[in-house]
Design a protein around this ligand. Structure first.
Ligand code: NAD
Ligand code: UDP
Length: 336
């Protein structure tokens, strides 16, 4: 299939491009590079030994999106493009609502116009709110605590309504749990700007000596060791989940959790990282982070049954692959 990948230069999008190319699909990326670098597109080509078409456009720009649809016979769209920093979304709500909602509506509208019926959307486990674990797709959603989470819940709703009104429209709403790690080549990975918000990129910066220690947000949750529990999933498993979703798309809107079904605490991540890579991660316990919940992990059985997909890579691989990318990243940037 000929697939338009919005946000394909970003963390999850770039790994999904590799998985799509490996599965024999053709890839056209649309990204405004607001949170990524063109170098990533070169690296996708190097890893896969295949070509990728790239358009530097903003996907809220309907004319620019339409020009791509007019030029290429597309079979489907995977929509990753969006802003994702929870804290920033509280400070800049309009920025988040505009980018994340308008991009989704523009793409859906242009898809309708050009008769492109396959649509895969990046949603998030954050839409469950503080529900009972494990989170199941059939659960009623609870309010999220921030505009970012609301953009995901609203985008899901918009796409569900469009699918309801247009029976041919086939949408997969993929609720990601916590993607970590990198492609095993170490060529692409997660490279956030500035000080990372998320756990794994923070840990790799501490391992590299760029940050002095990890601050663990709370050890008084009702969990195995008091630290927060999440469902960490290797980004290449997540990427392959997109290929499976695309291959199994049926008419209507279908929601799938993409997680492992396993919960891991912050301290367990630190320990696994230390053992897997032979590096000590100094840490201190600080106050809870506002908005955090104790537990978040998936019931991953629906994706397994319906898509024949399951996460294969373990926590150790997530830690070694994340560290390999972090070590090579600066060296590769310096080379170019
Ligand atoms: P990312 O920031 O690395 O990638 C997003 C990409 O979209 C970037 O390359 C950015 O330049 C691009 N982009 C943003 N707005 C755009 C616009 N208007 N037009 C064109 N390009 C635009 O983020 P990611 O971690 O790869 O996340 C991808 C998607 O998955 C996002 O929608 C995010 O909300 C969702 N998601 C991510 C996580 C996570 O933990 N990383 C978890 C759940 C859901
Ligand atoms: N966390 C932490 N220190 C950090 C970053 C994260 O202790 O510097 C914890 C956080 O409280 C949560 C887990 O690690 O329990 C995962 O956080 P992340 O921000 O990566 O993902 P999310 O909160 O979206 O699940």
């Amino acid at each position: 299939m000929n697939i338009l990948v919005t946000g394909g230069a970003g963390y999850i999008g770039s790994h999904t491009c590799v998985a799509l190319l490996e599965a024999g699909h053709s890839v056209i990326v649309a990204d405004n590079l607001s949170n990524s670098k063109i170098e990533t597109i070169h690296r996708i080509k190097e890893i896969s030994n295949k070509d990728v078409l790239f358009y530097q456009i903003d996907v809220t720009d309907e004319q620019a999106v339409e020009a791509i649809f007019a030029k290429h016979a597309l079979d489907g769209v995977i929509h990753f493009a969006g802003f994702k920093a929870v804290g920033e979304s509280v400070e800049r709500p309009l920025h988040y609502y505009y980018n994340n909602l308008v991009s989704t509506m523009v793409l859906a509208k242009v898809c309708q116009h050009y008769g492109v019926h396959r649509f895969v959307f990046s949603s998030s486990a954050t839409v469950y709110g503080e529900n009972e674990v494990p989170f199941k797709e059939s659960m009623e959603l609870l309010p999220t605590t921030n505009p970012y989470g609301e953009t995901k819940a609203m985008s899901e709703r918009i796409l569900m309504d469009i699918a309801h009104a247009n029976p041919k429209f086939s949408v997969a709403l993929l609720r990601y749990f916590n993607p970590v790690g990198a492609h095993e080549s170490g060529f692409i990975g997660e490279a956030p700007n500035g000080i990372p918000n998320n756990l794994m990129p923070f840990v790799t910066k501490v391992a590299k000596g760029e940050l002095d220690k990890l601050r663990i947000f709370g050890d008084d949750y009702n969990t195995v060791d008091g630290t927060g529990v999440r469902d960490y999933i290797h980004v290449m498993d997540l990427a392959e989940g997109h290929v499976a979703a695309l291959d199994h798309l049926d008419e209507g809107a279908h929601i799938y959790n993409l997680g492992t079904g396993e919960g891991t605490s912050v301290l367990q991540i630190v320990k696994t990282f230390e053992e897997a890579n032979g590096i000590e991660i100094p840490y201190e316990i600080v106050d809870r982070r506002p908005g955090d919940i104790a537990y978040c992990y998936a019931d991953a059985s629906k994706a397994q049954k319906a898509l024949g997909w399951t996460a294969k890579r373990d926590l150790k691989a997530m830690c070694t692959d994340a560290w390999r990318f972090e070590k090579q990243y600066q060296a590769l940037v310096d080379m170019k």
